[in-house]
Design a protein around this ligand. Structure first.
Ligand SMILES: Nc1ncnc2c1ncn2[C@@H]1O[C@H](COP(=O)(O)OP(=O)(O)OP(=O)(O)O)[C@@H](O)[C@H]1O
Length: 256
């Protein structure tokens, strides 16, 4: 059995005193896609936010338990959240490019992380735009506003903006749900192709999408008002031979 790149142990998150989820122990393996599924409000987004300590930005949150990513003890106060977020990129539901040019959207994070050489920046930008399949669409208008791109192109640019810093992990929170069906398909294919080079964790309400792209699936559920992990397993096992009644009911559309 390989060692997971990410391991949470008995992880719990509280907003003020209210638990969002409790006692989540989950392994996430290198260069795989793990889908977090489950009904609204069961803590999937909150779980993602713990992995790169975005929860630090929300007042009066408390986390207990343990998270390791590679050799980083994520919750150790000595861990630098900026360095952590360079290794763990995040993509949100709604594309959120900076209101700058396409070029500057990618140059900005590079410069912020100390890369100043223009030629080096140009090479990294071209390579990354190639990797997200956007280069041919934008190479003649790198200096136009990123906001002039379509929704699907904006989301691919946001993925490029995360990838340009060469992270190990990408957290994706419903990355296709704000897109039209065609753009959603393009972004889904891109995410699927990133497997093998990155470790991806995706929150999705789209069960067909989870089944198409995930290697492993974790079902979260609200139990007595608190998010819990019900079942975790290989995608085929979850969809064809779930161990838990709740999983079967959710997969079949009877619950949730
Ligand atoms: N910033 C916050 N402050 C207080 N409570 C929050 C905050 N963010 C989320 N919550 C609460 O934590 C619980 C879990 O929410 P979360 O968004 O993580 O669930 P989710 O499973 O991702 O839901 P959805 O699928 O609708 O996005 C909910 O009760 C929510 O109201």
């Amino acid at each position: 059995m390989t060692t997971p790149l990410i391991q949470t142990e008995q992880l719990s998150l509280y907003y003020k005193r209210k638990p969002a989820f409790t006692d989540i122990t989950l392994p996430i393996f290198t260069h795989t896609i793990t889908a977090l599924i489950g009904p609204s409000g069961c803590g999937k987004t909150s779980f993602l936010s713990c992995l790169n300590r975005l929860t630090d930005l929300i007042p009066r949150t408390r986390i207990s338990g343990y998270i390791r990513i590679g050799d980083i003890d994520v919750l150790d106060p000595k861990t630098n959240p900026t360095a952590l977020r360079r290794r763990v990129g995040t993509i949100f539901q709604k594309p959120n490019p900076f209101p700058f040019s396409i070029w500057k959207n990618l140059a900005f994070p590079l410069r912020e992380h100390g890369i100043k050489n223009r030629q080096e920046i140009d090479i990294m930008i071209e390579t990354t735009l190639q990797n997200v399949g956007l280069w041919d669409e934008v190479k003649d208008r790198l200096n136009t506003s990123a906001l002039s791109l379509s929704g699907g192109q904006q989301q691919r640019l946001c993925i490029a903006r995360a990838l340009v810093l060469q992270p190990e992990v990408l957290l994706l929170d419903e990355p296709c749900s704000a897109l039209d069906p065609i753009s959603s398909g393009v972004v889904e294919d891109l995410i699927s192709n990133l497997r093998g080079n990155y470790t991806l964790v995706i929150v999705t309400h789209n069960l067909a999408q989870a089944r198409r792209i995930a290697d492993n699936v974790a079902l979260f559920w609200l139990q007595n008002g608190v998010g819990s992990l019900i079942e975790y397993g290989d995608v085929e096992q979850i969809f064809t031979a779930p161990r838990e009644t709740l999983t079967a009911a959710y997969i079949n559309g009877d619950r949730g």
